[in-house]
Design a protein around this ligand. Structure first.
Ligand code: 13P
Length: 249
């Protein structure tokens, strides 16, 4: 069965609650699609108003982060159960900005992936290499390490439902999209890694996105690659352009 495309916006630390509702209203007619799953991953404080704003549409809401503990004395953190209760369906785990600025390592991310599944959230697990690693020629080794360590203890049935986002760090927010060939090559490599870790059926089912300066001009080429099942979009998800990315065909 063909994998359904999934295009997610990562709003990052943008949009106050009132701006978020306005953006969701503006995008409503533009992101309507029968064929593509559409997700807005929004700042925690925007979750409740955005869930309300997209009610009755094809848009699902995701979080940009969560903590792995059930509840308790973890000042400033948000639990998986809180996200579920607020109407969240997806959660980004291991974005490079969290890995770099907030020192999240693969052992921690593995705990978050486990907790997300336990709570009934769909993880969007991010991986990606720096320019330095790419130039050293170790891109795929690095990404295989990330995938393998982030998925320790995760079952094939869980992996089949999740989303993996390949985001080369050098392409994020730089306007420098990876070439279609570079993006396809790594997404294929991720699928091969999943096949080795699990089986062919799991590799066939898992959805793999490309992220990094995706725009209305590059989406069609990227998303029509055999191993690219959509995108994780930063800057362009905050504009009307996101509608063109969703309806890339
Ligand atoms: P940009 O689309 O702004 O490059 O961001 C990509 C990204 O980090 C999505 O998670």
């Amino acid at each position: 069965m063909a994998r359904r495309k999934i295009v997610a916006g990562n709003w990052k630390m943008n949009m106050t609650p009132s701006e978020a509702v306005k953006l969701a209203e503006e995008l409503k007619p533009l992101v309507a699609s029968e064929e593509v799953d559409v997700v807005y991953c929004v700042p925690a404080i925007d979750i409740i108003p955005v869930v309300e704003a997209v009610k009755g549409t094809n848009v699902a809401v995701g979080a940009e982060n969560m903590y792995f503990e059930e509840k308790g004395a973890y000042t400033g953190e948000i639990s998986a159960a809180m996200l579920v209760d607020a109407g969240v369906k997806y959660v980004i785990i291991g974005h490079s900005e969290r890995r770099d600025y907030f020192k999240e390592d693969d052992a921690l991310l593995n705990k978050k992936v486990k907790k997300a599944f336990e709570a009934g959230l769909t993880p969007i697990l991010c991986c990606g290499e720096s320019l330095e690693l790419r130039e050293m020629g170790v891109t795929m080794d690095w990404i295989r390490f990330q995938i393998k360590s982030d998925l320790v203890g995760i079952t094939a049935d869980q992996v089949k439902t999740m989303v993996i986002a390949y985001e080369p760090i050098w392409a994020i927010g730089t306007g420098k999209t990876a070439t279609t060939e570079q993006a396809q090559e790594v997404c294929k490599g991720i699928r091969e890694c999943i096949a080795e870790m699990y089986d062919a059926a799991t590799a066939e089912a898992v959805r793999i996105q490309y992220g990094g300066s995706v725009n209305a001009g590059t989406a069609a080429d990227l998303f029509s690659q055999p191993d690219i099942d959509g995108g994780l979009v930063g800057g362009a998800s905050l504009k009307a352009e996101f509608g063109q990315i969703v309806n890339y065909k």
